[in-house]
Write a protein that binds this ligand. Structure first.
Ligand code: CA
Length: 457
């Protein structure tokens, strides 16, 4: 068929039409929405797609089936707050002294929080024209100057600390805020966060949005409602049963959010990341990390290697399993690149993963990944990992052959260990001392023996 020539009026109309479409975010090529979903203390093993045998997570798993699953996805700390400081800035948090948890509100001084000279992902996306919302756990400072609304977010619903009960406590309001107003939440908290995420999408589906959705599931305390507990009547251990119910509730919540995106036709124009903030504290909550060694609070693999998924339909391959080491610091530059923004060279440690996932770039995104958490340290290079335990002893592992870090090769291969230690020292010289110390943990009833794993929020 012969192409028709458009009259000037028709041309204008069609151009304006596509501009309108673009501004609603529904046209191909429009800025994608960014949906960041975090789980809390979810161990490496605790998704169906990660091999979990007793808790189905079909909605979260769908992100891997429709996108990318990172087998070697890390966070930059083995506990909540410093990991969050890392992923929200794209920088190793020890560069700005955010090495440890903030502690409770009573413990944290007015200067304990994400330093104000740091630029957040929300700041960056806001300047690119995004509306930005945070729902869930914040854990980057209590003082008003550290509030999400001061750190690039237009809206906030959630709590500021490291943990919060899930069940309502009538007459004894918790610490849930809408904006800066404390409210009394009457729903199971995971369901409340889903409700607020849907509300945010309903309000902003016609413009590019960034939703930072941080569930506190499956962090302590172990609490669930009968609706979810009933699904796991076959699990005998009551703690495991409650954990399963909490995880199942979070999976339902993720399913609701994904369904809402589909309802607005936004699924293909939304970059979705799912990640846990640290490994499982197995003894405290049953959250499992196997086959990895170690737990939350440790820089052994079980503390820092986490479930990590990324979906962006039609942009990223479906069902890809990506094995090169990546880190949650990469989320910021990846999201900014997807949004069409630029990162000043040298200003972040993360790497834009998009070219690696689409095959435009080959090789590994990182030559080294590094960790420092008080006396503990680690460095990964390719298959190799050197780790300094709390005792000060350095060990060397080949993760390709020994994912469980069970055979210390330090004596067998001192040259490799020396090389890695030197690279770690070089990185370490760029860091500053922690701005505050590791918080002393108030003993919670019944948790005394579990402190080692449960500490740190
Ligand atoms: Ca955590």
């Amino acid at each position: 068929m012969k192409p028709q020539r458009l009259t000037r009026r028709e041309f204008l109309r069609s151009t304006l039409g596509s501009l309108t479409l673009a501004s609603t975010g529904s046209a191909a090529g429009a800025k994608p929405n960014i949906l960041f979903i975090a789980a809390d203390d979810l161990g490496y093993r605790e998704l169906g797609i990660q091999g979990c045998p007793d808790v189905p997570t079909p909605n979260i798993d769908s992100l891997a089936q429709n996108g990318v699953r990172f087998t070697d996805g890390y966070v930059s700390a083995p506990v909540c707050s410093p990991t969050r400081a890392g992923w929200i800035t794209g920088r190793y948090q020890q560069r700005f002294g955010h090495e440890f948890n903030t502690g409770s509100e009573a413990q944290a001084g007015p200067d304990v929080g994400l330093p104000l000279d740091q630029t957040t992902l929300a700041d960056r996306l806001k300047s690119l024209g995004y509306v930005t919302g945070a729902v869930g756990k914040w854990h980057l400072g209590y003082d008003p100057k550290f509030h999400p609304l001061k750190r690039g977010f237009d809206e906030f619903f959630g709590f500021l600390g490291g943990a919060h009960p899930y069940l309502p406590t009538p007459g004894r309001p918790g610490a849930i805020f809408r904006g800066t107003e404390r409210i009394e939440e009457r729903e199971y908290l995971t369901e409340a966060f889903a409700r607020e995420a849907l509300r945010f999408i309903d309000a902003h589906h016609q413009q590019p949005f960034f939703l930072y959705l941080c569930f506190n599931a499956v962090h302590n305390p172990l609490q669930a409602t009968e609706k979810y507990l009933a699904r796991f009547a076959s699990i005998q251990d009551s703690r495991r049963r409650t954990f399963a119910a909490m995880l199942s509730a979070m999976d339902d919540a993720v399913g609701q959010v994904l369904a809402r995106l589909r309802q607005y036709g936004l699924e293909e124009n939304t970059l979705i990341v799912f990640v846990s903030d640290n490994g499982g504290p197995t003894q405290a909550t049953t959250s499992r990390n196997d086959p990895l060694r170690g737990f939350k609070g440790q820089v052994l693999e079980g503390g820092i290697r986490v479930p990590f998924l990324m979906q962006w339909k039609r942009h990223l391959p479906a069902g890809r399993v990506y094995g090169e080491p990546v880190i949650a610091l990469d989320i910021l530059p990846t999201a900014v690149a997807a949004a069409g923004g630029k990162i000043e060279p040298g200003s972040v440690d993360g790497v834009n993963l998009l070219p690696y996932l689409t095959g435009k770039a080959t090789g590994a995104p990182h030559q080294y990944l590094y960790w420092r958490f008080g006396a503990q340290a680690a460095i990964r290079q390719g298959d190799w990992k050197a780790v300094r335990l709390q005792t000060g002893e350095w060990q060397l592992y080949n993760l390709r052959e020994d994912i469980a870090e069970s055979r210390d090769l330090a004596k067998e291969n001192p040259k490799k260990l020396a090389e890695l230690r030197e690279a770690w020292e070089s990185w370490n010289r760029e860091l500053m001392p922690p701005r505050w110390g590791a918080p002393r943990r108030r003993a919670e009833p019944g948790t005394r023996v579990r402190r080692r794993q449960a500490k740190a929020g």
